[in-house]
Design a binder for this molecule. Structure first.
Ligand code: PLP
Length: 455
């Protein structure tokens, strides 16, 4: 890119290594610099305004200009800008938030533990599970099962749980003791003539075979997102979670629901676990917990996890885990206010109602020549692009069409994200029907423009 010397763009190229970016290409293309946000919109430093159809990174439930969160942060900064929760210390925003989360939980939970990111929360869950197995005198019970295409983060443990090649290739991951079972993407993975229930039964059988081959006494837990997000917005097929949970119960394996995207309304209920009748032992939460105005994540554990953990910490003398900024008071105060807003404004109901409208309007695009599948639930959806509808083959190299349409969307004022050829839509929960209509019109125009280019 032709960046002016000393411009933000030039300095970004010079000094900043970007996550999830081709570092070499970035030197040519440079950054998109976002300057400000309001409602569902953000604006770049050239004055271009975009519908932020990904709510940032699936996270800004209340939109980009919520003054109540600014005020909550300012009040807490003035009162107590930092404290920790090691060695029995606590502070009121954290006590309030822990209580609120445990009371909101759709299944009985015992305690909340606070971390700073979804990855850290999943790491912490994994460590607690190992700690518990040792506490129970089952040191062999350490293996964890997650799924191909699942996403649980990028730390060494959570990237191992993640089932996507880009998070593991050249990082020497996954680590030992993490196993991956089949992805529940019916449209892509089902056999010819296989119904959704049959597909779910086959996946539950796959899981059981894996457990039996490894030895059921060696398997500690199963991690899954109620709806897979970064794997391409994969909504589980009919009967999937019931059948998977039956297998887990048979072998006394813990279920961890990674609610980092689904939590706090995204699927049209407060938690994805409610939408899909999941009964997790551990729930992992982040993103919409604070609308990502502040970094904060949390996990809730039930008594099956807490009781042995408490015994083990007592035997050792401490639960030797925790982060300097875990449960930061400003982040906790912002999260509390954000959850109050989600409840007061019924943003969960909005995700259901306006989300239903979004699914319907995006569904109209299923007949487009470049669209293989439109899928979603509540206020999260994806359009899978294909070069050939009959064979489901990509256009050219996998991901090329997704990148092309994603660029066209941005040129037309919509920020989406393509995961390969799946274009994701996950707007702020405050979006209105009229704004959804504008969004879908832009998507349709981008698809038509792409069709001219690729045919
Ligand atoms: N789990 C899920 C389901 C996610 O979608 C993400 C991030 O997108 C994570 C975990 C990791 O969260 P973080 O990026 O905050 O580490």
């Amino acid at each position: 890119m032709d960046a002016q010397p000393n411009s933000l763009e030039a300095r970004d190229i010079h000094y900043h290594l970007h996550p999830y970016t081709d570092a070499r290409k970035h030197q040519e293309t440079g950054p998109v610099i976002i300057e400000k946000g309001d409602g569902i919109y953000v604006e770049d430093n050239a004055g271009n305004r975009y519908i932020e159809a990904m709510a940032g990174l699936w996270s800004v439930a209340v939109g980009f200009s919520e003054q109540r969160l600014v005020d909550a942060a300012a009040r807490q900064f003035a009162k107590l800008p930092y404290y920790h929760s090691f060695s029995s210390k606590s502070h009121s925003p954290l006590v309030d938030l822990a209580e609120k989360l445990v009371k909101m939980a759709p299944v009985p939970m015992s305690k909340a533990f606070f971390t700073n990111s979804g990855s850290e929360a999943n790491d912490s869950a994994m460590k607690m599970i190992w700690y518990r197995s040792n506490a129970l005198g089952q040191p062999q019970r350490k293996k964890i099962i997650s799924r191909q295409r699942g996403y649980h983060g990028v730390t060494i443990a959570s990237a191992s749980l993640t089932g996507l090649p880009n998070n593991q290739t050249s990082f020497d991951l996954p680590i030992a003791n993490v196993l991956h079972t089949s992805s529940p993407h019916y449209w892509r993975e089902a056999l010819p003539g296989e119904g959704e229930e049959q597909f779910s039964t086959r996946l539950a059988d796959d899981l059981e075979q894996l457990i039996l081959a490894e030895g059921p006494e060696t398997i500690a837990a199963f991690f899954g997102e109620p709806v897979m997000g970064a794997g391409g917005v994969i909504v589980p097929p009919a009967g999937y979670w019931e059948k998977i949970q039956a297998v887990l119960a048979k072998y006394d394996i813990l279920l961890v629901a990674d609610e980092v995207i689904c939590g706090f309304g995204r699927t049209g209920n407060m938690f994805g676990s409610q939408t899909f009748n999941m009964r997790p032992d551990i729930m992992v939460m982040s993103k919409q917990i604070s609308s990502s105005y502040q970094p904060i994540s949390a996990l809730m554990i039930n008594e099956r996890v807490f009781e042995p953990l408490a015994d083990e910490s007592n035997r050792i003398g401490t639960f030797g885990h925790g982060f300097t900024c875990g449960g930061h008071p400003v982040a906790a105060a912002v999260a509390l206010e954000n959850l109050n807003i989600i409840e007061e404004r019924d943003l969960v109901g909005n995700a259901r109602r306006v989300g239903g409208h979004m699914q319907e309007r995006l569904g109209e695009l299923a007949s487009h020549d470049l669209v293989g599948e439109v899928r979603g639930v509540g206020m999260i959806a994806a359009i899978e692009l294909v070069g050939d509808k009959a064979t489901k083959a990509p256009w050219g190299k996998a991901g090329a069409l997704g990148a092309l349409v994603n660029d066209l969307l941005r040129q037309n004022g919509v920020i989406s994200r393509n995961m390969g050829d799946a274009l994701a839509f996950c707007p702020p929960l405050i979006i209105t029907e009229a704004q959804v209509d504008t969004l879908v019109d832009v998507v349709k125009r981008a698809l038509d423009a792409a069709a001219v280019q690729v045919k």
